[in-house]
Design a protein around this ligand. Structure first.
Ligand SMILES: NC(=O)c1ccc[n+]([C@@H]2O[C@H](COP(=O)([O-])OP(=O)(O)OC[C@H]3O[C@@H](n4cnc5c(N)ncnc54)[C@H](OP(=O)(O)O)[C@@H]3O)[C@@H](O)[C@H]2O)c1
Length: 284
């Protein structure tokens, strides 16, 4: 199984940067989505060896802006012959409530809506692959959540670091993708939700982490290459195969408990403020 054309969001930093390096060394053609040209230049300045790879390409989009996500997908489709793997990897862990241009809570915007929009708009490019795969970077502990406070997800009034909007946005990501499970299946597009485990990055060392957890991160979290290897092996190690729709933590599939109803799904979808092609309208 050859998966060569790979798009990754959030590839300029932390786990994503380490994963990009693994994929470049492995011979993949890697399209890294970064916020803007300045981020691209900074990434190359801090990692000069990356400029030696002819198989590295850049795309620009602020993933919290829905029009930029849709334009990004159109740009990729117009330049690349196909997409074999889409890593929806970018994420935020904020220290306080913040809202996007669309007036959605920021974790929900970047970690729920943006991956879903990008994947939906990239279906045509994924459909040209023999083994299309979407990997959504998830987080530990989704299986413990029994209730998703969907009505507070888009416009919460209270905030809790890590265990509030951040965690819920990752479960909402799972719920939204799995809602269309039959359509993804009918197009042969596999989807995985993979936790990279605990890694020391600007996210986990930053102010969005509860202060009581920072010493734990310093002591026990690993280098970002750890998370990158988790993601890498799940996609590129041909001896391992996970069924589509799996939530994978520490290399094991764990069932998700939360079961959404139609109202939950309608609320989750209501954060999309831009016209996108319907899932069913896109054909291979
Ligand atoms: N580190 C861990 O222990 C851990 C554990 C579980 C899950 N994760 C997940 O792993 C992923 C990567 O996290 P990390 O720890 O490696 O953190 P990180 O170094 O902060 O990486 C986050 C990446 O997302 C990008 N990003 C955020 N908002 C964006 C936006 N609006 N537009 C474009 N790009 C945006 C960032 O770009 P900028 O540099 O431009 O901000 C950065 O490249 C996240 O999805 C996170 O939730 C991490």
């Amino acid at each position: 199984m050859q998966r060569k054309w790979v798009i990754i969001t959030g590839g300029n930093s932390g786990i994503g940067l380490a994963l990009v390096q693994l994929m470049l060394k492995g011979g993949c053609i890697v399209g890294v989505v970064v916020r803007n040209k300045q981020r691209e230049e900074a990434m190359l300045a801090e990692n000069p060896f990356l400029s030696t790879y002819p198989n590295l390409f850049f795309f620009h989009a602020d993933l919290s802006v829905q029009s930029e996500v849709v334009t990004l997908a159109h740009t990729i489709i117009s330049i690349w012959p196909k997409v074999d793997v889409l890593f929806n990897h970018a994420g935020v862990l904020n220290e306080k409530l913040a809202f996007s241009q669309q007036d959605n809570e920021m974790h929900y915007e970047v970690q729920t809506i943006a991956p879903y929009l990008l994947a939906t708009c990239l279906q045509l490019a994924l459909g040209k692959s023999d083994y299309p795969l979407i990997v959504n970077t998830s987080t530990d502990g989704l299986h413990y959540i029994k209730q998703l406070p969907v009505s507070h997800l888009l416009h919460p009034t209270k905030f809790r670091k890590l265990f509030g909007p951040y965690l819920y946005s990752k479960l909402a990501q799972y719920v939204l993708f799995m809602h269309h499970r039959e359509i993804w299946d009918s197009k042969g597009i596999e989807i995985l939700f993979v936790s990279p485990g605990g890694n020391k990055t600007k996210m986990t060392l930053g102010k969005g982490m509860p202060s009581w957890m920072r010493w734990y991160v310093q002591l026990f979290y690993k280098a970002p290459t750890y998370g990158a290897k988790q993601l890498w092996s799940i996609v590129f190690d041909s001896t391992r195969h996970f069924e589509t729709g799996s939530y994978v933590q520490n290399g094991k599939v764990i069932p998700i408990r939360f079961e959404p109803n139609n109202e939950h799904l309608a609320i989750l979808l209501s954060g999309i403020k831009i016209a996108i092609p319907s899932m069913r309208d896109q054909h291979r």
